[in-house]
Design a protein around this ligand. Structure first.
Ligand SMILES: Nc1ncnc2c1ncn2[C@@H]1O[C@H](COP(=O)(O)OP(=O)(O)O)[C@@H](O)[C@H]1O
Ligand SMILES: [Mg+2]
Length: 312
């Protein structure tokens, strides 16, 4: 392509991760080579009104890079819109985005392909929790409760007993207007595997150890705490090979494109996939930018690679 690439950078959106999106967009903008790209920031409003779609249609970007996280930005809706508009975009398409956003559905698909996932149940919004008490007791406390379509660890509670569990499920229903995913809480080592789409299939950028300071890798650790909360994994080679194999298999199975992070927990050398992020955080504190840095690359070249791959 001659001249600069006109790149639409989507930011904001209608999810609770709006502010994270702003921080991701800021970091992405600061890394993109201004000799190569004309970056046009495209603000996706909280109420999702159609003005931004008109702006995008007028803009006719050569490619879209999305800094949106969660909500319509990550669940396949925006991907479907871009597809209908004929605008190429970096990252996963409609189906993979929709599946990965729905943690419970994603687990069902992974389980069917023998990818190990953690035992749990989905409680549909508004249903009577009492009907699930027996199953939850069978799985055994502590249990973790998450908004099924959430992100950034928002709305997650570790419940030690039935009373805490009921409050946690209620929080998901009322504050996050979502179904509640209840899982066995695993006291294991947490890792994330950053996967990139390569010419010959998925490639792993690196396996990252997560430092869980407070029981879960929470919002503060992800975005507020000063240090990075992660590092290039120091697990033995054979464990990393297992993790890499599972991450690649997961990426391919779900039809992910561009890049994704596969979150996992290890217990007794068993690896469980907890979720797949198709639009992982790109803030200066996030895992992918730091993994890229730790490997001696810069985020700008990493993004170049993704953009060039798509434009080819
Ligand atoms: N079953 C589990 N056992 C222990 N910790 C968990 C479990 N599921 C999630 N977590 C913790 O909660 C964090 C957020 O959960 P995750 O499912 O990745 O949701 P999010 O989309 O909000 O990142 C994880 O990074 C991990 O620290
Ligand atoms: Mg996660």
């Amino acid at each position: 392509m001659c001249g600069k690439v006109k790149l639409g950078l989507l930011v904001g959106g209608n999810s609770a991760e709006r502010e994270v999106s702003r921080a991701s967009a800021e970091n992405i903008s600061s890394c993109l080579d201004s000799n190569k790209y004309e970056v046009i920031r495209c603000e996706v409003p909280e109420d999702f009104n159609a003005g931004w779609i008109k702006q995008l249609a007028q803009l006719k970007p050569d490619i879209v890079l999305s800094a949106l996280h969660g909500g319509s930005g990550e669940d396949g809706s925006v991907q479907g819109l871009l597809k209908c508009m004929g605008i190429p975009f970096v990252g996963s398409g409609v189906e993979a985005s929709a599946v990965c956003m729905d943690k419970s559905l994603c687990k069902t698909i992974m389980k069917s392909a023998c990818i190990p996932v953690i035992d749990g149940i989905l409680i549909k919004k508004g249903s009577n929790i009492s009907a699930y008490e027996e199953t939850m007791c069978r799985i055994g406390f502590p249990l973790i409760v998450k908004p099924n379509r959430g992100g950034s660890s928002l709305g997650i509670t570790v419940a030690e007993d039935m009373e805490q569990l009921k409050a946690a499920v209620k929080l998901v229903f009322d504050e996050f207007t979502d179904d509640a995913l209840v899982e066995k809480y695993i006291f294991g080592k947490e890792v994330t595997c950053a996967v990139l789409q390569g010419e010959k299939g998925p490639e792993v950028i690196s396996v990252l150890d997560i430092n869980r300071k407070r029981g879960i890798f929470d919002y503060e650790a992800k975005y507020v705490d000063k240090d990075w909360s992660g590092g290039i994994s120091n697990l033995p080679g054979y464990m990393q090979d297992t993790i890499i194999g599972i991450a690649k298999k997961t990426f391919s199975l779900l039809g992910c494109e561009g890049y994704a992070c596969v979150d996992m927990i290890l217990m007794d050398e068993q690896v469980y996939v907890i979720e797949v992020n198709t639009l992982p955080g790109m803030t200066a504190k996030s895992l992918i930018p730091n993994a890229v840095k730790a490997l001696g690359m810069d985020l700008g070249s990493f993004l170049d690679r993704l953009i060039e791959y798509k434009l080819r």
